[in-house]
Design a protein around this ligand. Structure first.
Ligand SMILES: [Zn+2]
Length: 197
C-alpha cells in the first residue's frame, strides 16, 4: 500500500507540529496506520516517567491491556496528528493494529485531529493534570486530553462489578486456606486509547 499520504506535517497552532489535509478527505477514509515499537505497558511506564517530564509523552498509544505502541521508535507521520475534543478523525483498533480514520468530510488545508482520550488512573496529581491540559480551543473543549472523567468512572464501576463477581466465584469454590493474594496490578500511566470495532 503505497498510496500517497492525504496530509502533510507542519507547524500547528494547537501544539508543536500537526497534520494538515493536502486534499479533500471523505468521511470514513482510512488515513494512516499508527505505527511504532510495540511494547508491554510496564516497559512504556518505565521508559517514560511523568514525574520527571514537563511534557506528557503523547507518542504512546495503548492498543490493549497488554500492548502499547511507542511511536518515538519506528513511528510514522501519524504521531503528529494532534488531539482535539471536537475531532475530525478517530482512531480504531483492528486486529491489534491502530488506524486513523476520517470521522467526517475534511476540507483541504484543515488540521487533522482525534480524541486521544488518555486513560486516567484516578489519582492524577495536579502536576499531571496540568501536563495533560488541552489547548484545542474548540467550543466543547473539556480542558484535558485525558478521557472524560465520566468514562473513567464508568470503567471503574465495570471493573468493580467484575471483581465482585470474581470474588463471589472464588468464595463459592470454598478455598479453605482462604488465600487472598492480591490480583491488583499496578496502574498504568496515561496513554492514548482507541475505540474498538
Ligand atoms: Zn480540548
Amino acid at each position: 500500500m503505497t498510496k500517497p499520504l492525504a496530509f502533510e506535517v507542519r507547524d500547528s497552532a494547537i501544539s508543536g507540529k500537526g497534520a494538515f489535509a493536502l486534499r479533500a478527505i471523505k468521511k470514513g477514509e482510512r488515513l494512516i496506520e499508527y505505527t511504532g515499537e510495540r511494547i508491554p505497558h510496564p516497559v512504556a511506564d518505565a521508559r517514560y516517567d511523568d514525574d520527571t517530564m514537563d511534557e506528557h509523552h503523547t507518542f504512546l498509544f495503548s492498543v490493549s491491556s497488554r500492548t502499547v505502541i511507542d511511536a518515538t521508535r519506528d513511528g510514522n507521520e501519524s504521531r503528529y496528528i494532534n488531539h482535539s475534543c471536537d475531532p475530525n478523525c478517530e482512531s480504531e483498533v483492528e486486529k491489534g493494529r491502530v488506524y486513523i480514520f476520517a470521522l467526517r468530510d475534511i476540507r483541504k488545508g484543515e488540521e487533522l485531529h482525534y480524541d486521544y482520550a488518555y486513560e486516567r488512573c484516578g489519582d492524577e496529581t495536579e502536576k499531571e493534570v496540568a501536563q495533560y491540559r488541552c489547548r484545542c480551543g474548540t467550543k466543547i473543549c473539556r480542558g484535558s486530553i485525558m478521557e472524560p472523567r465520566a468514562d473513567y468512572e464508568k470503567r471503574v464501576r465495570t471493573a468493580k462489578r467484575k471483581k465482585a463477581l470474581a470474588r463471589r466465584e472464588r468464595d463459592k469454590q470454598k478455598d479453605r486456606y482462604g488465600s487472598s493474594h492480591s490480583t491488583r496490578r499496578s496502574v498504568s500511566k496515561a496513554k492514548k486509547k482507541a475505540s474498538r470495532r
